[in-house]
Design a protein around this ligand. Structure first.
Ligand SMILES: Nc1nc2ncn(CCNC(CO)CO)c2c(=O)[nH]1
Length: 285
């Protein structure tokens, strides 16, 4: 229910975190499957396991630790979510998106969302990154919208736009960071489709998603982006393409989580350096 990400609940957690850490992060980062290693790249770190934060949900997926990491990237105060919450675990979409409201009420101004995704666009290769220019919120379109329920005007409007969720200025800076750091994979710009999971898609579903204009598919990120945007946060997001979605029937291959984590490990160092470069240099003006 909506009390799971109510203003009061988020505000209480924000107050707890501001008092306990004394930190004032300006940017928050959500780390997707296998990208948890990015948490080690901050200095002046303070690590808070989700379980220690009153009112915060806890993570249960292999490859997702459950820590909130405060720290510095260069001289910038940031906060990282090492491990996120997914609807496929059984969390409500209101629980999944609660951290976005907590960050907003802490005074965070922008959020970087990262994930592992399956490549639908046939030009893509495993190990590429796709900067997200737009999304298909399938569950949101058919009734599982993170803003379903009474609207709290203190957070945002009743009927928010979502044609402008992904901030071009931040996206360009992210692209520049990947370029500066010689990221070995290609840097793509595309449409991410969110499906709730935990199943990977059928072949017919992958073909449908391509027809609908999607370039990569995953099980996260969009609910967080919608709620962050609703609250007025600047949003940018990218997918690490960890495997190519299957478009042929009777194929011997099948999508699996081990492959997702393996590609995450393969690209971990270059992702870490690219994202660290972005965090230390981003400008919100
Ligand atoms: N075909 C396909 N390939 C993918 N690779 C990563 N993900 C994102 C989902 N990641 C899950 C399971 O690996 C863990 O959160 C997907 C996906 O949803 N579909």
């Amino acid at each position: 229910g909506t009390e799971e990400n109510s203003y009061e609940r988020a505000e209480a957690i924000a107050r707890y975190l501001l008092e306990r850490t004394g930190r004032r992060p300006e940017l928050a980062v959500v780390l997707g499957s296998g990208l948890g290693g990015l948490g080690d790249s901050l200095t002046d770190r303070q690590v808070l396991p989700y379980a220690e934060i009153p009112g915060f949900p806890t993570s249960t997926v292999a490859g997702h630790q459950g820590n909130l990491i405060f720290g510095k990237a260069g001289d910038r105060d940031v906060v990282l979510m090492q491990g996120r919450f997914h609807a496929y675990e059984g969390y409500s979409v209101h629980q999944v998106t609660l951290p976005m409201r907590v960050f907003h009420l802490m005074g965070v101004r922008a959020v970087l969302l990262t994930n592992a995704a399956g490549g639908l666009n046939r030009d893509y290769a495993v190990g590429d990154v796709m900067l997200i220019r737009d999304h298909l919120n399938l569950p949101g379109l058919v009734g599982c919208n993170p803003l379903r329920g009474p609207n709290d005007e203190r957070l945002g409007p009743r009927f928010p736009s979502t044609s402008d969720v992904y901030d071009k200025r931040m996206r360009d800076q992210l692209a520049e960071a990947f370029k500066q750091c010689n990221f070995p994979g290609a840097t793509r710009l595309g449409v991410y489709v969110y499906q709730q999971g935990p199943c990977y898609e059928s072949v017919a579903e992958c073909r449908m998603l391509i027809t609908m204009g999607a370039d990569a598919v995953g099980m996260s990120t969009v609910p967080e982006a919608v709620v962050a945007h609703h609250a007025g946060l600047r949003v940018c997001a990218f997918s690490l393409i960890t495997n190519m979605a299957l478009l042929e029937w009777d194929s011997a291959e099948k999508a699996n989580h081990e492959e997702v984590l393996q590609t995450g490990q393969l690209r971990a160092d270059q992702l870490k350096s690219s994202v660290s470069h972005f965090l230390a240099n981003f400008s919100l003006d």
